[in-house]
Design a protein around this ligand. Structure first.
Ligand code: NDP
Length: 434
């Protein structure tokens, strides 16, 4: 804490992982040697840079850009770029730290990284977004490469922004290296990549439920967020027969007691993806029930899928969900549940899938995009989806392997943290003190 003053999110993420792996570390002396833990919590490299661009009024704007290259023990740095006014060193260090273990869990050869800017895309014209992305990429290009560091999207960065940044990097490097994942299909993107995080989160929830003798079919599901992850979590949950009763954004929550349908989702996607609108615009268009400034956690549901942002589900929210009968929670976002919320879910015996396991489908499919790019071919939808499902099942098995409790229940938090840690730690030890 003394070394990282004020970095609350980073300290929160590190504490959670260290707490959970500690018994395993103590049983295996090699993990206490060679400064392994000290090295693991120190990012290999942090790049901070100025991003200057000109807005539509002709005025110069200055934002701050970052890339955290956290750990490359098992492959090139890999992790998304986030554009949101809350982006700072603490948020990106927590995300890069989590990403390192998540990527290890996928079993694909990817290290951990994360980047972004405090740029707020809300209310910006398409031209402003493009100029910002180009300015950001004009520094980022020096630090990335298909064998060094491969960024992707995250909050505020979708296919449009990835396209602008990848295009600028191609121009500056004179190489067609596919340095981003999450690219458009016309220039090297993978089928199923946009869907992968949301689909994977629902696959993981389904695996947890099946393991405990239940199924998601017929269950009521509350989703938060309405961006990339949330939209495809809604789609897959509906496909598997669940009733999706909420979506949200930072303005409030849509409550739909009868459940979303493919038509309603298409309407929401039009509002969000084509008009960059709010869920309140969706409510206005469709007459859906909208509650301003609320979160979805007060509705009665069996499954909760937080898919918006960090710390969006507090201890009080968790207690409300438990009182309303929630039996399964899978994190689509990164660290959406606070430590207090996780403890409440586990104490109540609810299944709890931590983000580094349950939302790993996105980066796993990014790994598949890298493979397809390297082979210069593209796999059909069914093949990518089948591989995604298999990877999510593999992550579930890894969690069972390290997280089974003597009473037969499973701590997915411990399972995911220990399985991810073991892989990264052994790779670091094998490569000496560097
Ligand atoms: P999007 O930008 O597409 O959507 C983000 C959603 O979350 C929006 O509905 C947004 O609402 C809401 N949101 C963001 N910040 C806040 C906030 N401070 N308070 C309330 N609501 C907020 O991002 P993604 O769907 O890509 O990402 C969502 C989460 O999933 C993030 O935690 C991300 O790190 C994680 N994730 C994403 C992956 C991916 O493949 N995209 C992979 C793995 C994890 P509003 O528009 O009002 O801001």
């Amino acid at each position: 804490a003394r070394r990282n003053p004020g970095q609350n999110e980073y300290l929160q993420a590190v504490r959670e992982v260290l707490h959970s792996i500690w018994p395993h570390v103590q049983q295996h002396r090699r993990y206490t040697e060679h400064g392994l833990l000290e090295r693991l919590v120190e990012p290999e490299r942090i790049i901070i840079f100025r991003v200057a661009w000109v807005d539509d009024r002709g005025e110069t704007q200055v934002n701050r850009g970052y890339r955290i290259q956290h750990n490359s023990a098992i492959g090139p740095y890999k992790g998304g770029i986030r554009f949101h006014p809350t982006v700072d060193l603490s948020v990106l260090k927590f995300l890069a730290f989590e990403q390192t273990f998540k990527n290890a869990l996928t079993t694909l050869p990817m290290g951990g990284g994360k980047g972004g800017s405090d740029f707020d895309p809300k209310g910006k014209s398409p031209g402003e977004v493009m100029r910002f992305c180009q300015a950001f990429a004009s520094e980022l290009f020096r630090h990335v490469g298909s064998d060094t560091d491969v960024p992707a999207g995250d909050i505020g960065v979708g296919a449009r922004e990835v396209g602008f940044m990848a295009g600028m990097i191609k121009k500056l490097t004179n190489r067609a290296d596919c340095v981003f994942t999450g690219k458009g299909l016309s220039f090297g993107g993978s089928l199923i990549r946009p869907e992968a995080t949301g689909y994977g989160t629902v696959y993981f929830a389904q695996e947890m439920l099946l393991h405990s003798g239940r199924s998601i079919e017929g269950l009521r599901v509350a989703v938060s967020g309405s961006g990339n992850v949330a939209q495809y979590a809604v789609e897959k949950a509906m496909e598997l027969g669940a009733i999706v009763v909420t979506v949200s954004d930072s303005s409030g929550t849509i409550i739909d007691d009868e459940g979303f349908t493919p038509d309603k989702l298409a309407e929401l996607q039009d509002v969000k993806n084509h008009h960059y609108g709010r869920v309140s615009d969706y409510a206005q268009r469709t007459g859906a029930r909208f509650e301003a400034s609320t979160k979805p956690w007060s509705v009665a549901c069996d499954v909760a899928l937080p898919c918006a942002t960090q710390n969006e589900l507090s201890g009080a929210d968790a207690r409300m969900l438990i009182a309303n009968g929630v039996m399964c929670v899978a994190e689509g976002a990164n660290m959406p549940a606070t430590a207090e919320a996780i403890a409440a879910f586990e104490a109540a015996g609810a299944l709890f899938g931590p983000g580094k396991a349950s939302n790993a489908g996105g980066v796993a499919t990014s790994g598949l995009e890298m493979s397809q790019n390297a082979m210069r071919l593209s796999w059909p939808r069914e093949e990518v989806d089948a591989r995604l499902l298999e990877i999510m099942r593999g992550i579930h098995r890894a969690c069972l392997n390290y997280g089974a409790r003597p009473d037969g229940t499973v701590s997915y938090v411990n399972g995911a943290n220990i399985a991810g840690f073991v892989k990264v730690a052994d790779a670091m030890l094998a490569q000496g003190v560097i």
